[in-house]
Design a protein around this ligand. Structure first.
Ligand code: FEO
Ligand code: CA
Ligand code: CA
Ligand code: CA
Length: 501
């Protein structure tokens, strides 16, 4: 048995073995309920749950651990949501569905008296946010030439991971936006941002350009000792950088959601792993770095240009290219910062690793740091290709893996079998060893682990089961195996433990 002393999900469990089954497998004494699956009706207006479930965030209603709002990201459409795309060109109907099914859902969930988690479709909060929803731009790119002078943007899509703010809203990250923007002939510079939504307020929709535009994976928000807000972000692309944004102003709890203005004014930094310095991604620094390159200088005239063409600017000012930085979490115990580098076959990092950053004096606002490779993927540690992270109150990291469907169950990935959810202690005798908690259905990855405050329930997404299916009459997965259903569906599940003796 691994773990501690309660009947929380984060308590005892007996690690499971890797599996190739088309099932979501859990340790003995744990069960899951499918809370919402692709295309399920979520509210009385008849809106439908989206495709490609990723990030989850649970917001208790009236402090409850058994009723709340669940915000879920929808990263992309699949053959099961829009059907096969012929010759790489979507029909008008497919283009519509592609925008409709991406974005986010806000749903209301509750645990009934029998202990089963369900969606409450009568909820007045339940709604979709998608490729047709209008957002206000904030920050340096708002109204700038880089975004065609726009002060608003229509739609969000490719919503991957995210984070919760200190003022009870959600940040959602636009990751691989280019394909959808191109297919729907939408202006590319309106996507690739961090968006903010308030699950309790339909009218509150923002894209914060001060946080830069790249292949945003996630946000992890913390506070510097002086009260400035710090946001860590990964750019999930091969040879891309790690960022942090530090607000100019200070957090004031009494101001509630008005603290969101802190995300409009501050400095964006990129990590230089050689010098251990956070380098400012500012017009002044870009101008200095490119002073002998007129063709580069001509691209960067304002801070709006810098944040919009952030990947290029970051490399100019000394950002270190890394191996696909995905999710980031700040340890609630010691303020060290954990970063998943999922993998990068450009230079043989096949199994990926988890980096741990030690900020100077444990100050999240510091501009100098040290780091270590906390855990390396591979046979010894027991995991490959780490992606999303969550901490539990025992100080354990919960890590999901993202071995691509084309690599799964073959070659050097054979022993890992399907993707999974692992628990990695950050101290003690099992430090950096992965203990498997869940095994994913065929050709899927598990995403968006998020605990209720009492840790009795873990929300988790099952993303793209059967994603290599090319013929709808021969789906490679049928998870969640609904009676009579002929397709695989991505879904959010609630995992809970049976009362342990
Ligand atoms: Fe959407 Fe980087 O995973
Ligand atoms: Ca991810
Ligand atoms: Ca991934
Ligand atoms: Ca993914």
């Amino acid at each position: 048995l691994f773990g501690f002393n309660t009947n929380r999900v984060s308590g005892y469990f007996e690690p499971i073995a890797p599996s190739k089954e088309d099932q979501l497998l859990l340790p003995k004494n744990f069960k899951y309920d499918v809370v919402a699956a692709f295309d399920d009706v979520i509210n009385e207006a008849g809106e439908k749950f989206g495709s490609g479930c990723d990030y989850n965030a649970f917001f208790p209603l009236k402090g409850s651990n058994v009723r709340g709002l669940l915000v879920n990201n929808h990263e992309y459409s699949t053959i099961f949501s829009i059907g096969p795309v012929k010759d790489g060109k979507m029909t008008a109907d497919q283009l519509h569905k592609n925008l409709y099914y991406q974005g986010m859902s806000v749903i209301e969930v509750y645990r009934d008296e029998k202990g089963t988690w369900k969606m409450d479709k009568t909820s007045s909060y339940a709604r979709r946010i998608n490729g047709f929803t209008k957002f206000d731009l904030t920050g340096p790119a708002k109204g700038s030439t880089a975004v065609g002078g726009a002060t608003t943007a229509v739609g969000t899509f490719a919503n991957c991971s995210g984070g919760v703010t200190l003022w009870n809203t959600v940040l959602s990250c636009e990751e691989n936006f280019a394909e959808t923007a191109a297919a729907s002939k939408l202006p590319e510079t309106h996507y690739g941002w961090v968006v903010e939504v308030d699950p309790f307020d339909k009218s509150y929709l923002k894209k914060h350009t001060a946080l830069g535009r790249f292949n945003h994976e996630n946000t992890a928000m913390g506070l510097a000792p002086d009260g400035r807000v710090v946001v860590y972000m990964g750019d999930d692309k091969k040879d891309a950088c790690i960022y942090k944004f530090i607000s100019k102003g200070k957090f004031d709890k009494l101001k509630g959601r008005a603290n969101s203005a802190l995300l409009e004014d501050g400095t964006l930094y990129v990590a230089n792993l050689k010098s251990g310095k956070w380098m400012p991604v500012t017009l002044a620094e870009v101008t200095k770095a490119a002073k002998d390159k007129p063709e580069v200088l001509s691209k960067f005239k304002t801070q709006g240009d810098v944040v919009t063409f952030c990947q290029e600017a970051a490399l100019l000012v000394g950002g270190t290219p890394t191996d696909r930085p995905e999710d980031i979490e700040i340890s609630p115990f010691d303020n060290t910062v954990f970063i998943c580098h999922t993998n990068n076959d450009n230079h043989g990092n096949i199994h990926g690793h988890i980096t741990r950053i030690f900020e100077s004096n444990s100050d999240l606002g510091a501009l100098e740091f040290d780091f270590e490779i906390f855990a390396a993927g591979g046979r010894q540690s027991g995991f490959s290709s780490p992606d999303n992270l969550a901490f539990d109150s025992n100080g354990h990291l919960w890590v999901v893996t993202d071995i691509s469907s084309s690599s799964q169950n073959k070659g050097v990935h054979k022993s890992f079998m399907n993707n999974g959810l692992f628990v990695i202690p950050t101290s003690g005798p099992d430090q950096a060893m992965a203990l498997q908690f869940a095994s994913a259905p065929i050709e899927s990855e598990l995403t968006g682990p998020f605990f209720t405050p009492d840790e009795q329930t873990l929300f988790l997404s099952v993303q793209h089961p059967g994603e290599n299916t090319s013929d709808l009459s021969k789906p490679s997965s049928l998870w969640p195996h609904r009676a009579g259903d002929k397709k695989a569906r991505c879904a959010v599940v609630a995992i809970s433990g049976f009362k342990l003796g």
